[in-house]
Design a protein around this ligand. Structure first.
Ligand SMILES: [Zn+2]
Length: 224
């Protein structure tokens, strides 16, 4: 078995054993009546893959922790040195080079608090950028909401509402724009048909590069 805790769930109606590695945890789901020895045998057979996923996660986490200890914060695709400043308002000031966290009590501030201030600010800034893009390309949803989805960047509903992940603010601006355009194009095409991609390419010619960036970097962006 791997050298980390393995969480096993049994499900009725499931036919095969499935393994996922999420945030450094091994999650196994198995058929309801599957023997423990069988599960263990299967997990062992996947050990190399599991350990590879776990060491990847550890490397990303270490990099993120190191940056944070050095006083850096990920925003618009760049690690920026930030400062904590006392203020009556709790918010973020960012002009593209200086990043300030305004807090009421700078001496007792912790990462959770900074993260929640950052999330609130990210919601405002992403909405502003999103509506600007929507106006530019002339596709308008009924509503946009910014959420904290665990693995999705965005989605578009049949009711013409779009949801975006607040973590987008960590990605470079051109990637944010790609996700905005991708979801906006779903207002016209609720699928991934050739017509959909044609519409995306029309508004965002560099789509392949953006998708490659997302494949390579999404995992790191989802570490908070
Ligand atoms: Zn899509």
């Amino acid at each position: 078995m791997p050298d980390v805790p393995v969480h096993i769930t049994r499900r009725r109606g499931q036919k095969n054993i499935r393994i996922r590695v999420k945030n450094g945890n091994v999650l196994v789901s198995a058929p309801y009546f599957c023997r423990s020895s069988e599960i263990e045998k299967f997990v062992n057979s996947q050990n190399t893959w599991i350990n590879k996923q776990i060491s990847k996660h550890r490397a990303l986490q270490e990099h993120a922790d190191k940056a944070l200890n050095e006083g850096k914060w990920l925003i618009d695709g760049k690690w920026i040195l930030y400062q904590i400043v006392q203020s009556r308002l709790e918010t973020v000031r960012y002009d593209g080079s200086d990043l300030l966290f305004l807090v009421k009590n700078p001496h007792s501030v912790d990462k959770t608090q900074v993260l929640s201030i950052f999330q609130n600010w990210a919601k405002i800034i992403l909405k502003e950028r999103f509506w600007e893009t929507a106006r530019q390309i002339g596709l308008m949803p009924v509503k946009v909401s910014i959420r904290s989805q665990q693995s999705k960047w965005g989605s578009c509903s049949a009711r013409k509402t779009i949801s975006l992940n607040w973590r987008l603010v960590k990605c470079p601006p051109e990637i944010q724009r790609y996700i905005f355009i991708h979801e906006l194009c779903h207002l016209e095409q609720m699928n991934h048909s050739p017509a959909f991609w044609q519409l995306v390419d029309h508004h965002y010619p560099n789509r392949k590069a953006a998708e490659k960036w997302l494949r390579d970097n999404s995992r790191a962006m989802f570490l908070d």
